[in-house]
Write a protein that binds this ligand. Structure first.
Ligand SMILES: Cc1cc2nc3c(=O)[nH]c(=O)nc-3n(C[C@H](O)[C@H](O)[C@H](O)COP(=O)(O)O)c2cc1C
Length: 144
């Protein structure tokens, strides 16, 4: 199965989660920054996982631009899942659901509900156990 994890990250926490999901997906999974990745490379049946920190109640600006650039139909037949990272004590807003909505608008089929991972403060670190939880999610997505 072709599997790609695409992410944006300011302080590296979302990158660490993306890499953990990639490890869970398996040795052939690619983990890439959204900038420069064209979803037109994906074929039907591929799995695309997309993640971002929540910044001001929405995805990081660069990922938002990437999502806005998705042409309707470009993800036809592609299975997708979305995640975000957020600070445990903030009133969060949401990025994962907004990512999912944009992916579905481009034709994607939802492979799993949106999910999230916690950081201790704006710059991190990730809370204990979040890397392991992300790896486990990757394994679940690969098995689904
Ligand atoms: C300017 C700014 C705005 C933020 N806004 C939110 C927010 O609305 N909700 C939230 O839960 N976290 C918010 N955060 C915390 C980020 O989600 C946190 O910095 C992020 O998970 C770190 O991921 P990264 O290391 O990949 O950049 C904000 C952080 C910054 C710097």
């Amino acid at each position: 199965m072709d599997a790609v994890v695409v992410y944006a990250s300011q302080f590296g926490n979302t990158r660490q989660i993306a890499e953990a999901i990639g490890r869970g997906l398996g040795p052939d999974a690619r983990v890439l920054e959204a900038d420069g990745f064209s979803p037109a490379q994906l074929s039907p049946g591929s799995l695309l996982v997309v993640g971002s920190p929540i910044v001001g109640w929405k995805p990081l600006e660069g990922l938002g631009v990437w999502l806005d650039g998705l042409v309707p139909g470009v993800l036809d037949g592609v299975r997708t899942a979305a995640f975000d990272t957020r600070v445990k004590l903030f009133i969060h807003g949401d990025a994962a659901k907004k990512i999912e909505q944009a992916l579905e608008k481009a034709g994607a089929e939802r492979a799993a509900d949106p999910t999230w991972y916690y950081v201790a403060g704006s710059e991190g670190p990730l809370l204990d156990g979040e890397i392991e939880r992300a790896e486990a999610w990757g394994r679940e997505l690969a098995a689904a």
